[in-house]
Design a protein around this ligand. Structure first.
Ligand SMILES: [Zn+2]
Length: 443
């Protein structure tokens, strides 16, 4: 323990709280448009904070206002690099749905309220304070520390993680990355687990289009109606069942969520069941259906957009072509034949090796705070910016320490939702974690 309780208290109150509040108030709202986000506000905040301690930052701005920031502590050769990575953008919020204004960062009821508090400004702020504190203290660490505060995570990372990893890999490469998401707790008959993301499913968005023959709506007999093809596809895709995964990450999650086989999926909360189900199955969700122009016109065109989250087992090789083959197989030859398939977005599945010593180190920190808690490695159905590093071979872990008041349901009710908030105790645990992780041996 390099930092005493008094020093932690001081860092928490005088540095973390004001920095965290300023990041929330900056309201870097990413609505998917290229000129939204304006993460330059939070890049400036972080650069000013780190600069006061003599730390230099590097900035990238691939589009006006879309600034990502990097800060390296002075490096010692021969040491591996540990990168703390956070994003500064947040999703929109409708103020009328909130108990406290979403961008005021009010502290009420022992909680900090605001958009981004759990996704993921608590990481972004605590990581910055931790690296600054180690710098100020001239801590002897086994790691070289790097910090990234990225733009555009909430819209596929185009102007942040994707841009940096594709164009500046040598600058942003590292030997271990710690980022979102994880740290929330699952508590049931088996005890208490804190979840850590080690793997993400593949994602593939496809737009399927069918042609038909237009005609008068009063004469449907044996008509060639494009909507009927799309509707049939909706049924086939949504009813398709993938095989249940047999890989160790999923099986361990299943044991933990279903209390060692005592429960079934239908016995647990729907949100928990969906979290577990997606970890062990390829899923296809038909999410946009479009077709037809007029009530009395048989449509000659229909389009269906499908959100596919896939496991390696169902799409060996993890390429777009193999996902398309899977979809064609499900549709069958008749529907597949005249279906045109466009790939709108694609990223292969990624996973981190479970043998890395960092997992043991994290389990140790967790147990030092909550001796009854175990670490549970998870695969998530969603994606984070971590995938850009994981796909290039960097071990990436989604984790921070929270107080046990952050249950998995609390977390999932808050993320991207109204009344997003974090307790002061959970925020303090985040800081503890990022202060303590790099102390001690590196692999
Ligand atoms: Zn996030």
């Amino acid at each position: 323990m390099i930092f005493s309780a008094e020093e932690r208290e001081e860092l928490f109150t005088r540095e973390l709280i004001p920095l965290f509040q300023e990041l929330i108030r900056n309201a870097c709202i990413n609505d998917g448009r290229v000129d939204s986000g304006q993460e330059v506000k939070s890049a400036n905040t972080l650069q000013a904070y780190l600069g006061r301690l003599g730390l230099e930052c590097r900035r990238w701005e691939p589009q006006p206002g879309r600034v990502s920031l990097m800060c390296d502590l002075p490096q010692k050769s021969g040491r591996p690099t540990l990168c703390y990575m956070g994003h500064t953008d947040v999703v929109p919020a409708r103020a009328e749905d909130w108990k406290h204004p979403p961008f005021a960062a009010m502290i009420e009821e022992e909680q900090v309220w605001g958009r981004g508090t759990v996704d993921m400004l608590c990481w972004t702020a605590a990581q910055a304070v931790a690296i600054a504190a180690h710098h100020k203290k001239r801590s002897e660490l086994a790691w070289n520390l790097k910090y990234l505060a990225l733009a555009d995570e909430e819209s596929a990372g185009t102007w942040g993680a994707r841009y940096l990893t594709e164009n500046f890999w040598a600058d942003v490469a590292c030997d271990l990355m710690i980022t979102e998401l994880g740290g929330f707790y699952l508590e049931n008959g088996l005890g208490l687990c804190s979840l850590i993301t080690v793997a993400e499913k593949g994602v593939c968005w496809l737009r399927l289009s069918w042609k038909g023959t237009s005609g008068h709506g009063s004469l449907p007999y044996k008509s060639d109606n494009a909507i009927l093809k799309a509707a049939e596809a909706v049924q086939l895709l949504s009813r398709w069942d993938s095989l249940e995964s047999q890989d160790p990450v999923y099986l361990q999650m299943k044991r933990a969520f279903l209390e060692d086989g005592k429960l079934g999926l239908d016995d647990i909360d729907r949100g928990l069941a969906a979290f577990l189900h997606t970890a062990g199955h390829t899923t296809l969700s038909p999410n946009i259906l479009a077709g037809g122009t007029k009530a009395n016109l048989i449509p000659d065109r229909a389009q269906l957009t499908v959100d596919i989250r896939f496991l390696e087992q169902d799409c060996p090789g993890g390429t777009p072509a193999n996902v398309i083959k899977l979809v064609q197989r499900i549709l069958g030859p008749r529907l597949a034949e005249d279906c045109n398939i466009e790939v709108l977005d694609f990223f292969p599945p990624t996973h981190t090796n479970l043998e890395i010593p960092a997992l043991g180190r994290i389990a140790q920190i967790l147990e030092s705070h909550y001796p009854q808690a175990k670490l549970l490695a998870c695969r998530i159905g969603g994606v984070t910016d971590g995938r850009f590093w994981r796909s290039r071979g960097v071990p990436v872990l989604g984790f921070t320490l929270f107080h046990t008041d952050m249950g998995i349901q609390d977390y999932s009710e808050r993320i991207h939702s109204a009344n997003e908030r974090i307790s002061l105790s959970s925020l303090a645990r985040c800081l503890d974690f990022f202060l303590d992780f790099p102390v001690g041996e590196a692999p």
